[in-house]
Design a protein around this ligand. Structure first.
Ligand SMILES: NC(=O)c1ccc[n+]([C@@H]2O[C@H](COP(=O)([O-])OP(=O)(O)OC[C@H]3O[C@@H](n4cnc5c(N)ncnc54)[C@H](OP(=O)(O)O)[C@@H]3O)[C@@H](O)[C@H]2O)c1
Length: 250
């Protein structure tokens, strides 16, 4: 399965791309400039010479042609970027990891984009896609360090069961990361906003925090406990038709 990352040249997208490539997915690092993406891919391959990472470079349109597409641009470029490659996205699962934040003095503050979140804004501009929000709280530096797994939960929300399941599959493929189904896409508002709290903690404690929820036993949180167990074939099928569509998870 191919995963395309729009804005994949940044720390977040390239780190996720490296992790997913290590997990066995074919990854396309997308960019507004294919040349910039080529430089980023060279950098990743040089950093991990002993690993065989199936990563290639492309422009954002090429990345959008993948089976599943991740949006890893800054928040104010996310909807415009999705709209610019809309013709390649029809019906696909699109995962938004963008956070709308600003820094005022020493404080990180959440911004509220139209429709309450970046993910909801993206869903509005590509209405026939299945948008999930995920990966907002995972620090890029640690995510990109393939020698060290990150102990982290990843909160996922979507109005489409297939999108939640696909995002969960990707999270599940990364060692020590646990997918949690946080509900409908409206939950992306608090999920994205909460990132400012984490960044504030990073500043205060001179670290990079990750999120871990207590009270949910690990053994109940495998991907099989999500509303519908995804298979790569079923996700591909759901990309091509709406047959896999069901009501949002409760
Ligand atoms: N950094 C983290 O630790 C982290 C963790 C989780 C989530 N996130 C979220 O993930 C997203 C990406 O984070 P990042 O730190 O990688 O960001 P970034 O470096 O600022 O941007 C990522 C890439 O987006 C493209 N881009 C920049 N401005 C754009 C615009 N106006 N329109 C379209 N594309 C644009 C650039 O790629 P090209 O120039 O190659 O097109 C850039 O390399 C952010 O929304 C962030 O909130 C970040």
């Amino acid at each position: 399965m191919k995963i395309g990352i729009l804005g994949g040249t940044g720390p977040a997208g390239s780190a996720l791309g490296a992790r997913l490539a290590e997990a066995g997915y074919d990854v396309i690092i997308g960019s507004r400039s294919k040349y910039k993406a080529m430089e980023k891919v060279d950098e990743l391959l040089e950093r991990w010479p002993d690993r065989t990472l199936p990563i290639e470079a492309g422009d954002n349109a090429m990345a959008a042609s993948a089976d599943v597409v991740v949006i890893a641009t800054p928040w104010d470029g996310a909807t415009q970027t999705a709209a610019s490659v809309e013709e390649h996205l029809h019906g696909k699962i699109v995962i938004s990891m963008a956070n709308a934040l600003t820094r005022i003095g020493k404080e990180f503050q959440p911004l509220v984009p139209p429709r309450g979140s970046v993910a909801a804004s993206v869903q509005a501009v590509i209405p026939d896609c299945k948008v999930a929000a995920a990966f907002h709280h995972v620090p890029a530096k640690e995510l990109g360090d393939l020698d060290h797994p990150i102990e982290s939960d990843v909160l996922i929300c979507s109005d489409h069961e297939a999108a939640t399941a696909m995002a969960a599959e990707l999270v599940h493929a990364i060692p020590n990361m646990r997918p949690l189904d946080a509900g409908e896409l409206s939950q992306s508002t608090p999920i994205e906003s909460f990132t400012s709290v984490l960044l504030q903690l990073n500043v205060r404690y001179k670290t990079r925090v990750a999120v871990k929820m207590t009270g949910i036993p690990d053994e109940t949180n495998t991907i099989t406990d999500l509303p519908k167990k995804p298979t790569r074939a079923s996700v591909a099928a759901s990309n091509g038709s709406d047959e896999a569509e069901t009501t949002p998870s409760e």
